[in-house]
Write a protein that binds this ligand. Structure first.
Ligand SMILES: Nc1nc2c(ncn2[C@@H]2O[C@H](COP(=O)(O)OP(=O)(O)OP(=O)(O)O)[C@@H](O)[C@H]2O)c(=O)[nH]1
Ligand SMILES: [Mg+2]
Length: 359
């Protein structure tokens, strides 16, 4: 058996070197963090030391009777072997970034994370998160701690925000829950925060859209203005100038329509307004990325994610918030108005994302 010690900058780099030197049959015997160089413990560089072994000559396998496993002499936990296996070539052809991750497997105890790391929303982070998981696991040998460290890393990337303007506008693709969310917000500001609330809708493409909002306005007992063009929009803002909060609904359009954002810009004035992009968590991540790119020219204040009750996969929140550096405003969790809306902290969102993904 050949045993080799490898020192590298990260676990993934070390794994790659093992693979190059010893091949895919190598077994990882130990991994630990070490410090290299420096003077009197100062300026030392953090490195990862990995000890791996491989059979020197291919062994001709003969069938052996199964031996009972003898109890170990020491109480030391046995090293867990992250056996390196190749995934099917169809996965490898997807993208080089994913290939380097997909060519490795996590230690058996961390297998639940493998599905997570394959999430499209994590495609740019998978490598770093892989290193974090493996090194934390070898350092602590405690799955609870691994989950905590993982969740803390996710928390660090998720920024949440409160609305800072009197004008709050919701925009986004069709049917994601813009109007329902606006009604929930109206009820929250009016009933919970006891503020004077006004509604404006520019969704005049369908008669039923205005009626839908008028029903909510009547129930909550707040004024509603309908604006057909920019002039009427400005007038509606003046009409509602005695309100503490003015909530603005817009028409949902097919995001593949290149003219959508241009039309939106023509009919609205975004000044002094918190514009939130409303996205459904039931959509595909690739589509969500495209929608967000469409809205590049709109001064967005953040995201509202809807339909969190209809999916176990909340990774789009992490992926988009991290990628765009735009914060999360609120999450909606069902069809009921006004109750199905929450304003979680970064740690709460992160816990939801990780727990739902793992269980
Ligand atoms: N499960 C679930 N359904 C929701 C949620 N929010 C909204 N919906 C439902 O989604 C559907 C569409 O909601 P709307 O508020 O009309 O969506 P919209 O974005 O205003 O639609 P358009 O104006 O037509 O673009 C309705 O059936 C809502 O009840 C949510 O958080 N969870
Ligand atoms: Mg609507």
């Amino acid at each position: 058996m050949m045993v080799k010690r490898i020192v590298a900058n990260s676990v993934s780099e070390a794994m790659e070197l093992v693979k190059q030197d010893l091949g895919n049959d190598a077994i990882i015997l130990n991994t630990r963090q070490i410090k290299v160089g420096g003077l009197f413990g100062l300026f030392a560089q953090k490195k990862v030391e990995l000890v791996a072994s491989v059979e020197e000559h291919p062994v001709v396998k003969t069938v052996q009777p199964i031996q009972p496993i003898a109890p170990q002499a020491s109480s030391e936990p046995r090293p867990i072997k992250p056996v390196m296996e190749k995934r099917p070539s169809s996965v490898e052809s997807v993208s080089p970034k994913i290939v380097s991750f997909a060519s490795r497997r996590l230690p058996e105890a961390l297998r639940a994370y493998e599905v997570l790391l394959a999430e499209p929303a994590l495609q740019h982070e998978a490598e770093a998160l892989y290193d974090l998981l493996v090194s934390t696991f070898y350092k602590t040998n405690d799955l609870n701690q691994v989950e905590q460290v993982f969740a803390a890393t996710v928390t660090d990337s998720i920024r949440v925000t409160a609305a800072t303007s009197r004008f709050i506008m919701v925009t986004g693709p069709t049917g994601v829950g813009k109007t329902t969310t606006l009604a929930k917000l109206a009820a929250y500001y009016r009933l919970t925060k006891q503020q004077k609330v006004g509604l404006i809708t520019t969704d005049t493409y369908r008669i039923s859209a205005v009626e839908q909002l008028r029903t909510y306005a009547d129930i909550i007992d707040i004024p509603l203005r309908v604006a057909y063009d920019l002039q009427e929009f400005e007038q509606a803002k003046v009409d509602l100038s005695d309100c503490d909060v003015i909530l603005i609904d817009t028409a949902g359009r097919n995001f593949l329509d290149a003219g959508y954002v241009e039309q939106l810009k023509k009919r609205h004035d975004f000044s002094e307004t918190d514009v939130f992009l409303v996205l459904s968590l039931t959509s595909k991540y690739r589509d969500l990325e495209q929608i967000q790119q469409r809205f590049d020219q709109v001064p967005l204040s953040g995201f509202i994610f809807t339909k969190a009750d209809e999916t176990t996969d909340l990774w789009a929140i992490y992926g988009l918030v991290k990628k765009t550096q735009l914060p999360l405003f609120c999450l909606t969790t069902g069809q009921e108005v006004p109750e199905d809306i929450i304003w979680p902290t970064s740690a709460e969102v992160s816990r939801m994302i990780v727990e739902r993904g793992l269980r």
